[in-house]
Design a protein around this ligand. Structure first.
Ligand SMILES: [Zn+2]
Length: 231
């Protein structure tokens, strides 16, 4: 697995950099007025513009099969695949007291996610693996899953997705001891460009105790083991 633990802070200024999927910031680049327009109007406008794109491509929008596509795409963008742009959709994480005093590593592996590459607007999909050491409180496993889904449902770059999930978990779990590893397929790599169908991209972000080899290796060994038991 290729691991990238740092991100470049160099400003982006050409297509070569964009094709390498380098992000400019850990924050999703959003305008301050991003949510002044309501969802209904967004869907209406996206449908209108998507229809234009299809028309420019020469497609016959009077065909029954295509007629509903602009509206369908608009609805999918706003309500589903890019719903994680809007903070109103952010999952509220409830913490539970760690009654058993369990202070070992907790790992949730193989969380399936679907995202979109922000440079080509085609899918990035794969598995996220998350680990943390409880600060005295724990979170429901489904909540970890929902945090992963929330940050996935944006135009993304994989490095930023990895860091955003880690940052949110640190905040919610009130601990620095967090590790996030993502293995993903990029449709913009497999279906176009170099056309490499087999390559996967791995990214990792470690903080707190996970910067120590002992914890990092325990986590990595676990996610790389075929079984489900801790090693
Ligand atoms: Zn791409």
């Amino acid at each position: 697995m290729k691991q990238k633990e740092t991100m470049s802070n160099t400003p982006l200024d050409n297509d070569d950099i964009l094709d390498d999927h380098v992000a400019s910031s850990y924050d999703t680049p959003l305008r301050p007025d991003a949510f002044e327009m309501d969802d209904e109007l967004k869907k209406e406008l996206i449908a209108k513009h998507f229809k234009e794109i299809m028309q420019i491509l020469g497609m016959d929008l009077t065909d029954d099969s295509l007629a509903g596509t602009p509206r369908r795409v608009a609805k999918m963008y706003v309500e589903e695949v890019f719903s994680g742009l809007n903070p109103k959709n952010k999952p509220k994480a409830r913490l539970f007291e760690n009654k058993f005093g369990y202070n070992q590593m907790l790992v949730e592996k193989d969380i399936t996610f679907y995202s979109h590459c922000e440079h080509h607007f085609v899918p990035i999909y794969g598995k996220a693996h998350v680990a943390y050491i409880s600060s005295g409180e724990v979170i429901g496993l489904s909540k970890i899953n929902r945090i992963v889904q929330y940050y996935s449902k944006r135009p993304q770059v994989q490095e930023r997705l990895t860091v955003q999930i880690a940052n949110e978990l640190r905040k919610v779990l009130k601990t620095e001891d967090v590790g996030v590893v993502i293995d993903a397929n990029h449709m913009c790599v497999s279906s176009r460009g170099v056309g490499d169908t087999n390559s996967k991209t791995g990214t990792a972000h470690f903080s707190g105790k996970f910067l120590e080899e002992k914890y990092k290796n325990e986590f990595l060994n676990y996610i790389n083991s075929p079984g489900n038991g801790m090693v």
